[in-house]
Unconditional design. Structure first.
Length: 466
């Protein structure tokens, strides 16, 4: 029976949720999974949706179950598995059949796969929102040939999250553009999470607040300009009690953060692009450092713990929220600046306002502030977001709080790498005459690299030997 409108391979956490979402939106879907029993269990547990789902046992049966020209989503681990799956699938497909890699591929792999596919239809799409997003509405960032995207856009838009009725599923550009935007999303996600973790540390160790008060603070912040999914869940995490010990959940969680690498890709690509994203880099460094628990314990034994406790009322939660607002704007300004640089470098014409729009719902960094960012980028996509009138005004009102929080944290030994790097970025970005003239002098001194003179002339040399 070849009647399913779309097929999906890989019924793991994300694939199963996405398949149910597709069926729930009224599309007939064929599914195949490497482990047969998983397919059987998936169909058996699909309830009323099983009418729209065709579970298949072989790849041949799977392909035959989809109406040509076919569209097939891969939701398998990124890397070699995707190449192997494409290699197994292509011989069974016709020249118009479309393969869509919806996993977290490195965009350079997606570029390569698109080139290897040649005329054969191939898309790489970034899907954000975790399991719940995949089931009830993810944010979808598409990359590849626009005509191939248009073939499946109605399905992807239908299953995506909606922001005030607008679907969060957008074509970003050719080849790996969708996976690139997803990687930057994840880099920003790391930074957002790290800045919130720093605010948690200041409240816990600096202000001596208990977890109930911390939870209430996040719940309060979630009603104002910081309103976002990550602030919301941070409040819920802080409010949760461990059923085993009765202690706050956060007190029993080891302070070493893992990562799957997509945030790291953002930092690596930023170096290739010479794009300054210090807050995102600081967040990645902080995760790496968090995993050095033994070294940190030895350091505390050797040097003694920093006092960390802040003098009474020197930092209030209100000041802290303003610092976080400033840090967040600066972090997103860096992320969008990196996207703009990639757009030029790869010739993608990445739609910056549409990227802010596609992140407004469904994904992990979703927030109301992204709607304002979309407006600012629509107004002028070439301007650094921190200079957009609306955000410049907010920054003018909050950078003092960021400076105060960072300074007090430094004075009392509270580590705030992401907030501090945001402040350094801000100060560097408002310094017309910086200090790289010294670097240019040094480079010319030891390597005759040459420099430009402020009164005219490039490739000049200093009289160093004189
Ligand atoms: P899971 O580990 O839950 O599922 C992996 C799926 O891939 C299973 O169906 C598995 O089949 C299949 N698979 C694994 N190895 C092979 C192979 N060699 N050949 C064929 N099939 C294979 O992963 P997730 O669902 O979490 O992730 C899938 C993709 O989605 C990844 O790229 C991930 O990075 C991305 N992603 C994940 C998110 C998340 O929150 N989890 C969010 C956004 C993207 P089997 O049952 O036989 O093992």
């Amino acid at each position: 029976m070849s009647n399913a409108e779309i097929g999906l391979i890989g019924l793991g956490t994300m694939g199963a949720a996405l398949a149910l979402n597709i069926a729930d939106n009224g599309f007939d879907i064929a599914v195949w999974n490497r482990t047969e029993a998983t397919t059987q269990r998936f169909v058996a547990e699909a309830g009323a949706l099983c009418e729209r789902i065709t579970g298949t046992q072989t790849l041949e049966e799977f392909v035959a179950s989809i109406a040509p020209p076919r569209a097939i989503i891969l939701m398998v681990p990124a890397g070699k598995v995707v190449d192997d799956q494409i290699a197994a699938l292509r011989p069974l497909l016709g020249p118009d059949d479309l393969i869509i890699d919806a996993g977290n591929a490195n965009f350079r792999d997606t570029n390569r796969r698109a080139q290897e596919a040649g005329e054969l239809p191939f898309l790489g799409i970034g899907v954000s929102g975790g399991e719940e997003g995949a089931r009830f509405g993810p944010s979808i960032m598409g990359g590849g040939n626009r005509t191939h995207w248009d073939r499946v856009a109605h399905i992807l838009k239908a299953i995506s999250a909606k922001y005030k009725g607008e679907p969060c599923a957008t074509w970003m550009g050719q080849e790996g553009a969708g996976h690139f935007v997803k990687a930057v999303h994840n880099g920003i996600e790391y930074a957002d999470m790290q800045m919130i973790a720093e605010s948690y540390g200041i409240m816990r160790d600096g202000l001596g607040l208990d977890h109930g008060a911390i939870a209430e603070t996040y719940a309060e912040w979630d009603k104002g300009p910081l309103r976002s999914y990550l602030i919301e869940i941070s409040g819920k995490v802080a409010a949760t009690t461990d059923p085993q010990t009765g202690q706050p959940m956060l007190d029993v969680i080891v302070d070493a953060a893992g990562q799957k690498g997509t945030g790291r890709w953002t930092a690596i690509e930023a170096q290739h692009l010479a794009a300054p994203i210090p807050t995102i880099e600081a967040a990645i460094v902080a995760r790496n450092l968090s995993s050095q628990r033994d070294a940190r314990t030895a350091g505390e034994a050797l040097f003694g713990a920093a006092p960390r406790r802040l003098p009474h009322d020197i930092v209030t939660v209100s000041t802290l929220s303003k610092a976080l607002i400033a840090g967040k704007i600066l972090c997103y300004a860096q992320g969008f600046d990196m996207i703009a640089k990639a757009s030029d470098e790869f010739g993608w014409a990445l739609p910056l306002p549409a990227i802010a729009e596609v992140w407004r719902a469904g994904c992990i960094i979703r927030s109301d502030m992204l709607d304002d960012m979309a407006d600012a980028l629509r107004d002028d996509p070439n301007r650094n977001l921190m200079m957009a009138p609306n955000f410049a005004k907010i920054l003018s009102n909050t950078h003092g709080a960021l400076r105060h929080v960072v300074a007090q944290s430094a004075m009392h030994g509270l580590a705030t790498p992401a907030l501090s790097s945001g402040l350094a970025y801000f100060d560097a970005m408002r310094t017309a005459r910086g200090t790289a003239n010294m670097i240019q002098g040094q480079r010319d001194f030891f390597g005759a690299h040459g420099f430009a003179r402020i009164d005219g002339g490039t490739d000049q040399h200093g009289p160093w030997g004189a």
